[in-house]
Ligand binder design. Structure first.
Ligand SMILES: Cc1cc2nc3c(=O)[nH]c(=O)nc-3n(C[C@H](O)[C@H](O)[C@H](O)COP(=O)(O)OP(=O)(O)OC[C@H]3O[C@@H](n4cnc5c(N)ncnc54)[C@H](O)[C@@H]3O)c2cc1C
Length: 496
């Protein structure tokens, strides 16, 4: 540290006209384009000291899971390269931001810290502590919105309260899609090279010991540039046929932008602008583009909910569900997690997730409904598994998605809506391509039986090389019975 201080003062002597310095504290905004904190430092004519701090304990049980940590690791490599190519060096540190930022500021002589806000409970708490620590050290601090179209507190209903229904929420907040990304040339930034000691990426220890994450490399390219290629693909191939194709899990009918949004390799403003420019989606009759933009709206809505109801990751929005006696069954949970329920659409989805760190939204709804309704197990078991295995794990959207499926959240599916995993398969995976892709032993089974192999005649099973209970499981529950059990149990909940 002494050496660094000496180095700072030496370089000050040599170049008296040196710009004053500011730290840009990177968080879930791991990009150089459309980054409000970076551009604020640039506009303030600061030499930029870029810093990322990994605090494994931040978030408690919602500290990033294995898949997320892998994505973060790759994103830091990419961000580091972008900063290197602009003659800077990304400082990596492990620990608590409120202690580390004032120390780095002293070492490098920074008078301001710029950062983009995060809106999850732990991130908000960290910001409070950081602001306090910086102010005690006489260091200025400015924060920005780098990850949402609207601030979660900006949208209120007629009574000044947060919305709990999506449609009126989006009607009021939709104009946020017109907000333009900040436009600048990242090569103009002056990054500081006279940095505080950094840890190596390896020392952050992001990659979990279990080598599960290694296979993710064959499914994802993690970089800001790739995020932009994916945006282009979205406007060329996805949004024009979105209404129909978004529900077919065997094709790339959705954008797959979610993991790039989760760590901020790209911003929602960049996506919306690209979609608006590519075709006139502001026309309410253009259903495809609008439907896609409304999904970005669901992400916003999820943050709106999480901001106003920070207890949601652990507790249902509808309190009557808190006391519901969910079943506990470790074997059934494990079968669900590993895609061994005997219901091909559910198993295909869970296997896709375990193999690629991502699952198609239609199938997410089906597997979630299956866990909470067919197996009567708590939605919180589902959030935890998704949290660990999804590359796009996002506290707001994951919580909202699970509470929606369980019927205990905002705008949720009513308790009597129970997805039929057989019909969902036949309707949305008509060709059977998705199920066959993820469940090798069912490859030869004719479509007629694909989503209910237990009903197939023995001869068909043997001709298709399927031996139930051996190379593919028997169904873990009987669908009509499980449905009836769920309806009966959930009907005991108080009406309001
Ligand atoms: C049980 C459950 C859990 C989920 N967990 C997550 C999660 O942890 N992280 C996550 O990003 N999404 C989650 N979702 C929402 C949704 O499944 C994914 O955002 C979507 O599948 C991502 O694929 P895509 O980028 O191709 O989506 P697209 O269909 O291309 O949509 C574009 C973008 O809109 C947003 N979006 C789309 N659908 C939703 C939605 N229902 N809720 C919130 N935002 C949405 C995403 O940011 C997505 O990238 C969950 C949904 C369910 C039912």
């Amino acid at each position: 540290m002494q050496d660094s201080l000496a180095f700072v003062s030496m370089s000050t002597e040599k170049s008296p006209s040196r710009k004053s310095r500011a730290i840009v504290w990177f968080r879930k905004d791991l990009r150089v384009k459309d980054n409000p904190a970076l551009v604020a430092a640039y506009n303030a004519k600061k030499e930029i000291v870029p810093v990322f701090i990994w605090n494994e304990k931040e978030g408690g049980q919602w500290s990033p899971g294995a898949a997320s940590r892998w994505w973060l690791h790759q994103s830091l490599i990419d961000l580091g390269k972008s900063i290197d190519s602009n003659n800077g060096k990304l400082i990596l540190r492990k620990g608590i931001a409120e202690y580390i930022l004032p120390l780095i500021a002293k070492v490098v002589g920074a008078d301001t810290v710029f950062f983009n806000r995060s809106y999850d409970p732990a991130g908000r708490q960290t910001e409070i502590s950081v602001k306090d620590a910086l102010s005690r050290n006489g260091i200025q601090c400015e924060s920005f919105n780098g990850s949402l179209l609207n601030e979660p507190w900006e949208i209120k209903n007629g009574s000044g309260k947060p919305y709990q229904i999506f449609t009126p929420y989006w009607k009021l907040s939709r104009s946020g899609i017109h907000k333009k990304p900040t436009c600048y040339e990242p090569s103009k930034f002056t990054f500081s090279k006279d940095n505080s000691p950094t840890e190596s990426l390896h020392e952050l220890g992001l990659l979990t010991e279990h080598p599960w994450h290694e296979k993710l490399h064959s499914h994802w390219i993690v970089s800001e540039d790739e995020g932009h290629k994916m945006i282009s693909r979205t406007t060329q191939e996805v949004t024009r046929h979105y209404s129909h194709r978004r529900n077919i899990p065997s094709i790339n009918g959705t954008s797959r932008l979610s993991p790039y949004l989760a760590w901020g390799n790209i911003s929602p403003r960049q996506i919306c602008q690209a979609v608006l420019h590519s075709h006139s989606n502001d026309d309410p009759t253009s259903t495809d583009g609008n439907q896609f933009l409304a999904e970005i709206g669901w992400r916003e809505f999820s943050y709106h909910l999480l901001y106003h109801f920070p207890h949601l990751p652990e507790n249902p929005l509808r309190p009557k569900y808190a006391e519901f006696p969910w079943r506990k069954d470790a074997q059934a949970l494990s079968n669900w997690q590993l895609g061994k329920t005997g219901y091909p659409l559910v198993d295909a989805g869970m296997r896709q997730l375990y193999e690629t760190g991502w699952m198609h939204n239609r199938v997410r709804m089906v597997v979630a409904s299956f866990l909470v309704k067919h197996l009567l197990m708590s939605w919180t078991e589902g959030t935890k598994w998704f949290w660990d295995t999804l590359v796009d794990a996002d506290l707001a959207s994951n919580t909202q998605g699970w509470q929606w499926a369980a019927g205990c959240g905002a705008d949720a599916a009513p308790y009597f809506r129970i997805f039929n995993p057989i019909l969902q398969g036949e309707k949305f995976d008509t060709s059977g391509k998705y199920a066959r892709r993820w469940i090798e032993p069912l490859k030869e089974l004719p479509s007629k039986w694909l989503f209910k192999p237990w009903e197939a005649p023995t001869i068909v099973l043997s001709q298709s090389n399927v031996t139930l209970g051996q190379n593919y499981p028997q169904p873990c529950v009987d669908h009509p019975q499980a449905r009836a059990r769920a309806l009966e149990a959930l009907a005991t909940l108080p009406k309001n």
